[in-house]
Design a protein around this ligand. Structure first.
Ligand code: SF4
Length: 342
């Protein structure tokens, strides 16, 4: 199982790493996220430089374990190297050196096939690609036509191979992650897929699926109430079907649902739904305050973190068992401050 060739901290295969301290144990439970190596600050770009992304290295990186991949270096193109670009059919472009014109498409595709096999054993729950790269970019990559004119319609050779091979693994690029909505959505999917994998480990079972679904109901509803219902039906009718089929269908629906935007309206509906669990429990003042906070969130006066914090407070105060299970109240680490924007 090969890891990065560049950072010694990331070299040791998972099963060989010692479990000497609590810190290491924590590391073992972190979501493993693939990343374009240059985004971590490694000098692997064609010009010998890097493209460090501070949010990834200094913030998100504290909560995940990176699995870096640099297709151009790992294909053996060297550093520094002549830059490459895409030419020809946008659906199946060729990767060629910009000046000499040498074609490295076949070489990169051969390497990608091997690397994807290795990554199957890495338990990835996300991948962050470098934007604008003809190898690593996941969207709107320049493809040059026969007249030498660029069209921003392509996908990098590696990014396309990865997304075709792992269609359910959340993928984004660092540019899109600057958008707070896309950032929260991607990170939420990463942590949710990690929890799903953990719930299904070491053995997939109907009981594990029922437990997972019960705890994620509100979170899924905030993205898609209709898919949440469909998932409920899959769980309810799991008996008599193979657990492999059921869990695969469930995982596909889970990722499809979470990819949908959790809008202000959908979040407000989920908060109202949560309020229903406090019927006859909250004092009239508490209920009035809760309704006002939800309304202020709905109209954009308050960020989502405010009503969610208030619900969490009442869950603790009144010991509400169903809501206490709900990942909706804490789908990702609070320190990432993903729900703090109004
Ligand atoms: S964009 Fe991709 S190929 Fe280019 S340096 Fe970064 S990781 Fe390597």
């Amino acid at each position: 199982m090969r890891r990065s060739t560049l950072d010694p901290r990331l070299k040791t295969p998972r099963e060989e790493r010692p479990m000497a301290s609590k810190r290491r144990q924590d590391d073992e439970n972190r979501p493993r996220v693939g990343v374009s190596t240059c985004l971590l600050g490694e000098n692997v770009r064609y010009n010998g430089g890097h493209a460090r992304d501070r949010f990834l290295t200094d913030t998100f990186g504290r909560f995940v374990e990176w699995v870096p991949v640099c297709p151009e270096v790992e294909t053996g193109l060297g550093v520094p190297r002549e830059p490459v670009h895409l030419i020809g059919d946008p659906e199946d472009p060729s990767l060629v050196f910009v000046n000499s014109g040498g074609d490295v498409t076949a070489r990169m595709k051969r390497w990608a096939k091997k690397r994807l096999k290795e990554l199957e054993g890495e338990d990835l729950v996300g991948f962050i690609f470098k934007s604008r790269s003809p190898s690593s970019g996941m969207q709107r990559i320049k493809v040059f036509d026969e007249k030498g004119m660029p069209h921003k319609v392509g996908v990098g050779i590696w990014a396309r191979a990865f997304m075709d091979h792992f269609p359910l693994i959340p993928a984004e690029d660092e540019g899109r992650l600057n958008d707070p909505v896309l950032r929260e959505n991607f990170i939420e999917r990463v942590f949710c897929l990690q929890r799903y994998r953990e719930a299904m480990r070491p053995r997939r079972s109907r009981g594990a699926l029922v437990g997972f679904h019960a705890g994620h109901k509100l979170q899924i509803m905030a993205h898609s109430p209709s898919i949440a219902k469909e998932m409920g039906r899959v769980v309810a009718h799991a008996k008599g079907r193979s657990i492999a089929d059921v869990s695969a269908e469930y995982e596909e629906l889970l990722m499809k649902a979470l990819k949908m935007k959790a809008t202000t309206g959908k979040n407000a509906n989920v908060l109202q739904h949560a309020l229903g669990y406090f019927k006859g429990v909250l004092t009239p003042d508490e209920k009035k305050e809760m309704l006002q906070v939800i309304e202020d969130y709905r109209t954009g006066l308050l960020p989502l973190v405010v009503p969610v914090t208030l619900v969490s407070h009442y869950v603790r105060k009144y010991d509400e068992p169903y809501l206490a299970l709900q990942t909706y109240l804490a789908p990702h680490p609070t320190e990432l401050k993903l729900r703090n924007h109004a």
